[in-house]
Design a protein around this ligand. Structure first.
Ligand code: SF4
Length: 509
């Protein structure tokens, strides 16, 4: 059975990535959207919209087309209107909205501009290929609609741009001519569009399994379980770093060995993978007492457990920031000054309109003891924030460098498999480790339970989206969440000390 429907640019791009996922998106939206977009995903979409809107200012005097208004667009194009934002085009089989169309009187053509919220330095090759296909889809639809087309451009953020406190849009955005990349693709993309239209019009899904049955869990999209109902929730796809050993994963899947506990003893695995299988099969935790003891002995008192919260800002808000530089706005710290001592809490949260940098560093200087280890979870993050702060405030470089030199990563215990627990499922995030080792402490019930929500909450406070009591409540939620992060590290550390002393993990199983 076939139900013809117009293929949008978004669905074409999803199809290029994965036909199965595109089919589920169109035919089983309740599966595709089973989980509402996470705060992080929503923030990415909002950022894209913000960047789009600001980019329009570099093409002044345009008219913004209403969503879905193909007739209105056609009329303005027939009049050769100078600048169109979000014009909409439809053919029998396709539909697309463009970001900006600019009429060139000299050449008698419209130039097409696609705006992306990424920076010019990001992961360039794969993204440029995707953007060229994106532009080619639009070009094919516009040509079929009879629009005379000139050049194809990509507009994105310049990663080298440093704000002086105001936004110079002409320098913030780069305009790159993609015509030479897009033109040779037009025919191939037209054929792909036809194929995508046909496959996605079918009422039956392309046959299962999907390609990710041979890829590790991090590659799987939300449609995986729907398409591959025979794969257990904790499967061979969860083996640590299995994505880097596709041959091994293929051998297991082809032999119909899907449950991680069913992997035969003589199957070749890395040491870490074999340890994970052993823990899953025996349903208990394992401890590498010697390296763990060494790790814990290296920590120097007073031990500070430190956690930062930041907001990644696509459009720089303050002087000396580049696109996507993180604004550090909060930290929480617990300090244990001697063996057996209490964990003393300090924190900082800045919700003013000014740049938090100087206040953040001032509070950090007050809070952090002059000596001792500074324990974080995922060292590159806090170190990276400190390095950026030092770049923006060179007078503080010495202090920030000294903090970085003292940082110890508690996550190393888990990436190094000094502790292996079946409940970790091969993961090393604190959100997996905490409930396994310290079940009495959790993020459940907190209004904010992860970093992306914290970022967005802060942004809503400082942009005035939350006011009065709501803003006050949100401030409390931020303080509670960040405090939980640093306390979680303290309690995991204590659980590790107890485990080394007892030579076992008591919460195992
Ligand atoms: S899990 Fe991978 S192959 Fe399967 S539908 Fe999702 S993206 Fe496609």
């Amino acid at each position: 059975m076939r139900t013809s429907r117009k293929l949008s640019k978004t669905n074409y791009l999803v199809y290029r990535d994965c036909a199965h996922n595109a089919w589920v998106k169109i035919h089983r939206p309740e599966v595709y959207h089973a989980r509402p977009p996470s705060v992080f995903e929503q923030a990415v979409m909002d950022t894209g919209n913000d960047v789009d809107a600001r980019a329009r200012d570099i093409f002044p005097d345009g008219v913004l087309i209403r969503r879905g208004d193909a007739d209105g667009t056609a009329q303005l194009v027939a009049e050769r209107y100078g600048v169109l934002y979000q014009p909409v085009f439809e053919t029998d089989r396709y539909t697309t909205a463009c970001d900006v169309l600019v009429w060139s009187e000299d050449r008698g053509v419209y130039d097409l501009y696609e705006v992306k919220a990424s920076t010019s330095g990001d992961d360039r090759k794969a993204k440029d290929d995707l953007y060229a296909h994106d532009l080619a889809f639009q070009a094919n639809v516009l040509t079929e609609c009879g629009v005379p087309l000139g050049r194809f451009h990509l507009v994105r953020l310049d990663s080298s741009y440093v704000s002086d406190g105001t936004l110079d849009l002409q320098r913030l955005f780069t305009r790159e001519d993609f015509t030479d990349r897009v033109t040779p693709l037009l025919e191939t993309v037209a054929a792909e569009m036809d194929a995508a239209h046909d496959v996605l019009s079918l009422d039956t899904m392309p046959p299962a399994p999907c390609a990710c049955v041979y890829k590790g869990r991090s590659s799987h999209c939300t449609s995986f379980s729907f398409i591959n109902g025979h794969v257990p929730e904790y499967s061979v796809h969860d083996l640590t770093r299995i994505g880097a050993s596709p041959r091994r994963l293929r051998a297991l899947v082809d032999a119909d060995i899907l449950d991680i506990a069913d992997i035969p003893d003589d199957f070749e695995l890395t040491v870490n993978q074999a340890n994970q299988v052993r823990a899953a099969r025996q349903g208990r935790a394992f401890l590498e007492v010697a390296p763990l003891g060494e790790f814990l002995n290296r920590l120097r008192y007073p031990i500070s457990f430190l956690d930062y919260e930041t907001y990644p800002c696509a459009l720089p808000r303050f002087a000396r920031f580049r696109p996507y530089d993180h604004v550090p706005f909060q930290f929480s710290q617990h300090v244990v000054s001697h063996p057996g001592g209490e964990a003393v809490h300090r924190d900082f949260l800045f919700t003013g309109r000014a740049c938090p940098d100087e206040y953040f560093i001032g509070a950090l200087k007050d809070a952090i003891p002059a000596e001792g280890s500074i324990v974080v979870w995922n060292r590159p993050f806090e170190r990276g924030i400190n390095a950026k702060l030092a770049e923006r405030l060179p007078d503080e470089r010495e202090f920030l460098n000294s903090v970085n030199e003292r940082i110890v990563d508690l996550m190393d215990v888990f990436t190094g498999q000094m502790v292996i627990h079946p409940k970790f499922r091969g993961r090393t995030s604190i959100k997996w480790v905490l409930p396994a080792l310290v079940p009495q402490l959790s993020y459940q019930g907190l209004a904010i339970q992860e970093g992306a929500t914290a970022s967005e909450t802060w942004n809503r406070i400082v942009t005035g989206d939350l006011e009065g009591d709501e803003a006050e409540e949100a401030r409390k939620d931020l303080l509670t969440y960040c405090k939980r992060d640093s306390l979680a590290m303290v309690e995991i550390w204590r659980a590790l000390l107890a485990a080394v002393a007892a030579r076992e993990i008591r919460e195992a199983g």
